[in-house]
Every structure is written in structure tokens, then in C-alpha cells.
Ligand binder design. Structure first.
Ligand code: FES
Length: 359
């Protein structure tokens, strides 16, 4: 059965898929090469169920690669206004197990497991009438989802995208972004390259700096700003924005560089009895030491909980707590109202006493 959504819901009601945490098997329906190293992989579900999400959110994909289960998080590059497919635009990294598998092995018709969506890097979570999207390289993926959604909905948000790429051959979505700007008075796109060896690039040439920013976005202090790209670029961009007077609370970054989650301080574990973790559905239980996580407890009794980042970011390990208290030291992978509703992240939840979970 297909699902019908009110248009606004596609940008703002991102919970339906999220509330069904079970992974979905999706089939690769199309592969489009964007640059020599970047391709878009499109997936659909065989049952033609919709895949609701907010523009800019990411999903976790899992596959068996060389006999091992491997999971990775990727931003969905297609807009939520096209909910019956999910497109992931991925750069092939020389040392990236999953990205190499996608580029070198995955064929149209192959299946992988997908869960999510997750993340709050989205205009849906930080709504504003005026936004600035700053992206470098393949960091364009959440931005094109946002811009295409704004276009599809005729939303009217005043959006400026400043996209920096290395050189003309590495620009992703050049044609699509130009077309969006041509068809929308409220969307402006500036595509810059760092180097232009052949001297053919019509746009700005050079790296992101204060001059480029203020020249192309003179009203940047009035905008909600979203930044996505390599770590060095993001640090540089955020420093520039702050220097130029953008309030820090209006700057949102998408990063998979995680804050180290330190286990809670335990004063004296000598002789500590530990905590019992019970898994209601499998009927197993185990006593773990103070400071160990629910995920560690599951591993000890051979229960598999799906994970990806294992650092409280991606939301893949979200499960329901039936009873007991835990400390959750997460990195944004769960929202307060989910915690209030009894959900926890297994990878970063440490029991404070006996705990029972619905696994
Ligand atoms: S595995 Fe990513 S939040 Fe737990």
C-alpha cells in the first residue's frame, strides 16, 4: 500500500520512518556517475513503501563485504519530496571499505539494508526565511536535497548556496544546481573552484575566504547558516563566519567527527556488583560491570544489535527500554522526546541499576 503525504509533512514530519526502527531491504535501481570519483546510487523498496525523511538527514546502510557486516552513514542527496526512492551520492575513498564496495561491486538490482533516517542538519530543524548553505566537494549532498525540496514545494525560502570544489572536473551537480537557480527567484547558487588550469571556469576561482563570502553573500549575518564539507573546510568556514559576525547559534555543521564520549566517572569499582541487563524478547540476561554499555551486554550474550558509529551519533542502535535507569552520553543520535518515550541508544547507554530492554 502506498502512503500519501501532505506536502509540508515531507519537510517537517520526519518521524514516521524513524518510529519504525527496523531496517529495510532496498534494491539499487540506478547508478549515475557524477565525476570520476563520485557517483549517485539510487535505491527503492520492493514493496514501494515511502521513505520519509527531512532534507539533509542521513541513513545507515549495511552490507556483507568480504564476509563481514559493514555499516556506514551517508546523507540522502535526493529530496524528501520524492519519498519513494533514496539517492546516496558517495565519493570513492581509496581506503573506504564501504565506498569502494559501492563503486566497484554494487550493481543495479543488488540489495542492501538501510535504516534511519537520523540527524538534525536540516532546515526542517532550524527553520528560517533566509538560509545560507556552504558546502565543499561532496559536502553538497545535504544541500542539494534541501534546495530540491524547496523547489518542489515552492517554499519561497530565500536560499543562497556557495559551493567550493577543487577544480572544474570535480564539481558535483553543476548542471542540476544551475537549473534550480534558473527556475527559482529565491534560490541563488555560486559555484567556485580552487584552481582552474584551463582557464575555462565562468564562476569565482579561489578558496573560501572573507572576501568571497561578503562579496557573494553581503547579508550573511541575517541568515541561518549550514556548513558541510571536509573537516578543515568546516573549521575554516565556521571561523570565518564567526569573524564576520554570524552568531554561533545560527551556524549548523554536519560532521561525522565525533566528540569522544567519556564513560562516567566511577569512584570505586572494587567489589562493585555490576548491573543486570535483561533482554525481554530473547529471554537472556547478563551482569555487566559499572560503566559498560547495553551494547556490550548484548554482545556478551550473543545478541546482535545493529550499529554504525558506536558513538551516539547515528541513531542506528536505538532500542526501547522497558525498565530501569541508564546514563545516555550521546552525540545527537537521539532526541529528548525519544528518551522521554523510553528509547535509548545501546552503544552509549550505561545502566545505573537493573535494566530491561525490548530486544
Ligand atoms: S551505533 Fe550510532 S548511535 Fe549507536
Amino acid at each position: 500500500m502506498s502512503t500519501v503525504f501532505a506536502p509540508g509533512a515531507l519537510l517537517h514530519d520526519h518521524d514516521r520512518w524513524d518510529d519504525d526502527p527496523s531496517p529495510r531491504m532496498l534494491r539499487c535501481s540506478r547508478i549515475v556517475a557524477r565525476t570520476p570519483h563520485i557517483s549517485t546510487f539510487e535505491f527503492v523498496s520492493d514493496d514501494r513503501r515511502a521513505l520519509p525523511r527531512a532534507a539533509g538527514q542521513y541513513v545507515t546502510v549495511s552490507a556483507d563485504i568480504d564476509g563481514e557486516r559493514v555499516s556506514r552513514c551517508y546523507t540522502v542527496s535526493s529530496p524528501p519530496t520524492r519519498p519513494y526512492s533514496v539517492q546516496l551520492t558517495v565519493k570513492r575513498e581509496a581506503d573506504g571499505v564501504f565506498s569502494r564496495w559501492l563503486h566497484d561491486t554494487l550493481q543495479v538490482g543488488d540489495r542492501l539494508e538501510l535504516s534511519g533516517p537520523a540527524g538534525e542538519f536540516s532546515t526542517a530543524f532550524h527553520p528560517s526565511e533566509r538560509v545560507l548553505l556552504l558546502a565543499a566537494g561532496v559536502g553538497i549532498t545535504p544541500m542539494i536535497a534541501v534546495l530540491e525540496a524547496l523547489h518542489d514545494l515552492g517554499d519561497g525560502t530565500d536560499a543562497v548556496l556557495l559551493h567550493n570544489s577543487h577544480d572544474p572536473s570535480s564539481v558535483v551537480f553543476e548542471r542540476e544546481l544551475s537549473a534550480l537557480a534558473e527556475r527559482n527567484d529565491t534560490i541563488r547558487v555560486v559555484q567556485a573552484v580552487s584552481v582552474d588550469p584551463a582557464g575555462t571556469w565562468a564562476g569565482p576561482v579561489g578558496r573560501l575566504d572573507a572576501e568571497m563570502l561578503t562579496q557573494h553573500v553581503p547579508d550573511l549575518t541575517t541568515r541561518e547558516v549550514f556548513v558541510c564539507g571536509p573537516d578543515a573546510y568546516m573549521q575554516h568556514a565556521v571561523a570565518l563566519l564567526e569573524e564576520l559576525g554570524v552568531p554561533v547559534e545560527r551556524i549548523h555543521v554536519e560532521s561525522f567527527v565525533l566528540a569522544e564520549i567519556a564513560p562516567p566517572e566511577v569512584n570505586d569499582t572494587a567489589g562493585a556488583p555490576g548491573h543486570t541487563v535483561s533482554f525481554a524478547r530473547s529471554g537472556k540476561s547478563v551482569v555487566i560491570a559499572e560503566g559498560e554499555t547495553v551494547l556490550q551486554a548484548a554482545k556478551q550474550v550473543g545478541i546482535r544489535i545493529m550499529t554504525s558509529c558506536q558513538n551516539g551519533l547515528c541513531g542506528t542502535c536505538k532500542i526501547v527500554k522497558i525498565a530501569g535507569e541508564v546514563d545516555i552520553a550521546h552525540n545527537g543520535g537521539i532526541r529528548q522526546r525519544e528518551i522521554d518515550a523510553g528509547k535509548i541508544l545501546a552503544c552509549c547507554s550505561r545502566p545505573k541499576g537493573p535494566v530491561e530492554v525490548d530486544v
